[in-house]
Design a protein around this ligand. Sequence first.
Ligand code: ZN
Ligand code: ZN
Length: 571
Amino acid sequence: MWNKIDKKTVPLILKFKRMKKIILYTLLLSFFAQCKTQKTISTVEKKVQNYTIDRPKLMVGIVVDQMRYDFLIRFYNKYGNGGFKRLMNEGFNCENTHYNYMPTHTAVGHASIYTGTTPSMHGIISNNWYDKYQKKSIYCVDNSNYKTIGAKKGGEKSPYRLQVTTMPDQLKLAQINTGKVIGISIKDRAAMLPVGHSADAAYWFRGKKDAKFISSTYYRKELPKWVNDFNTSGKAKDYLKTWTTLYDINTYTESIADDNAFEIKFKGEKTPTFPHEFPKLMQENKNYDLLKTSPFGNSLLIDFAKAAIKGEQLGKRKVTDFLAISFSSTDYIGHRYGTDSKEIEDTYLRLDKDIEQFLKFLDIEIGKDNYTLFLTADHAAIPVPNYLKSKKIKAGYFEMEKFKKQVKHIAKEHFLSEEIIADISNFQIFLDKEKIKSLNLNYEKVTDIIANEIITFKGVYKAVTAITLQKTNFTEGILHSLQNGYNQKISGDILIVPTPATVYYKDKGSTHGSGYSYDTHVPLLFYGKGIKKGTTKRFVPIIDIAPTISNLLKIESPNACTGKIILEVLK
Ligand code: ZN
Ligand code: ZN
């Protein structure tokens, strides 16, 4: 009997002892955990107690139009220490930043960077699009309610098509309209959309016969003295000089041969090669817009940025001012010569020098610890498709005119009416809904049939109806990008995703617009007050810039922001 009890009791006692150990261990663990929690709480409390609203004196946003991320790497060894390298090494580099929508065009990119959301919310669905309410094609910032200031034409513009607020708008609201907000660029849309609705001014370059920075009566009645002074200084005209390479062209080993079949010549040039003699070309073209397609367009903008800082006394007040700069010449040059040209290499080496000089200016004028800056691009670009083809890489050109005919043919065949097709643009088909109604057709069926029929067209990778985008939630991949670019009130009825590396463009030069990585991968560098030193390889969507900067500036994010704070960047 004892034996029996003993045999059963011993393991029970052992079990009890083990349980006691576990209980004790658990108690200890929870005790430590509690201590840790208390410690975390007390650190948070301490931080809150020390909370100070210490904003930078000047916030500078820089967009480099059409800059691919790999330009930071490809030309790295040729950059000086004070330009891109300074931002990369002393600031924070988000190496894997992408646009998360299509189409990747200039107006859309600038709007998305500064609103922290995609076209589905901010309403800038392209540069130009078919306005289905006005039944005509429009340009994103055209507005005949306003007049040009500084020239006869070119300033009848406003940002009214932008449906939401931008970071600078929120800064204005947070500081009860006391900080100054200025946007500058060669392109009107790139000057206006970043700064949003409540900006003090946006200025952009008008070439033609003027060679001036101009604006719109949307902002003010006339140009301020500093802009007039800049315009009469003759700087713009002086920059129209012969473009030779900054260094010996034979050292430009990061680009293809200067004389190649993938570049567009200027009217008056025999070959698309250096030197580009702008004074001579001016005689032929009689248009200062030539300056836009030279690296001197960037230098001119740097000079204008400095004049803006001095003229508006930016960074000199108790509050924070915002200067949004967008370099456009990089885009014009990419479109003409392609991403792998000697011209692009030279443009970036020169821009590096311009940025170095500008940072030095900020150090002196604003003070090293008084400004914060970010640099990104509004989209990247594809290498010239014909160049890719010459390297046996699959690429192609979308035959838009043929496609338009085909769509009309489908409409005629199935619905006995070509008129149901109102417009085809930006890889979207807009239908005439009234016509569809008058013909007693079913809208959903019409879109389904057209989408099913056009999928066989060369270069069409996907054809998706607007109804599909309204009823389905795509969380990743190219259809997620398409959905982010789709605005139910503004966009078309059938949306097309072209095949990778298929563009609708001339057979020479680079372009952009797709949702593929060659168009979506852009640089994102943060630098200055409140910014940590470091890098991340994590995927960062472009819409994360606005909430990050808003947090740094201790202001509310733009009112329709869908991005998240990039935690690693902020101190
Ligand atoms: Zn652009
Ligand atoms: Zn472009």
